[in-house]
Design a protein around this ligand. Structure first.
Ligand code: DQA
Length: 145
């Protein structure tokens, strides 16, 4: 099984950006946690981060036929991007939405997620562990078919 982990804008600034919200661990720490978990559950993983919406769309399109599941934290694009929703619908790959913070407890503009209706589930508020939970959920969903 191959999982693609996608991260949107400003997540490369983890450890620096708003540590009161996102903590002091860095993006490199996140990638290490994801790789270690992939090895533990015996899945292949590719991790990609971009600050550009079109790059994320390209990456989702390129996943077609090559990836069994997607974990996506679209960051700010969660709340704005029809293009990411359409890309996910186009490829039809099982997807789990992740947020490091609990967006349900934050500003009104963060209460909308354009991709959520497409996703198998949403994991929010568990920090980096949420990515690992999302990987487990994909593994379970795809092996239970
Ligand atoms: C985030 C929450 C978003 O609202 C925000 O724009 C982010 C990160 C999270 O992981 O908690 O950049 O997706």
């Amino acid at each position: 099984m191959k999982i693609l982990v996608l991260n949107g804008p400003n997540l490369n600034m983890l450890g620096i950006r708003e540590p009161d919200v996102y903590g002091y661990a860095t993006y490199a720490d996140l990638c290490r946690d994801i790789q270690a978990h992939a090895a533990r559950i015996d899945v292949e993983v590719e991790i990609y981060q971009s600050n550009h919406e079109g790059d994320l769309v390209d990456k989702i399109q390129a996943a077609y036929g090559n990836v069994d599941g997607i974990v996506i934290n679209p960051a700010a694009y969660t709340h704005t991007s029809v293009a990411l929703l359409d890309a996910l619908k186009a490829v039809g790959i099982p997807t789990v939405e992740v947020h490091i913070s609990d967006v349900s407890l934050r500003e009104d503009f963060r209460q909308v997620s354009y991709i959520r209706p497409y996703c198998l589930k949403t994991v929010m508020g568990y920090g980096f562990a949420g990515y690992l939970m999302a990987m487990d959920a994909l593994l379970e969903a795809t092996t239970c078919k």
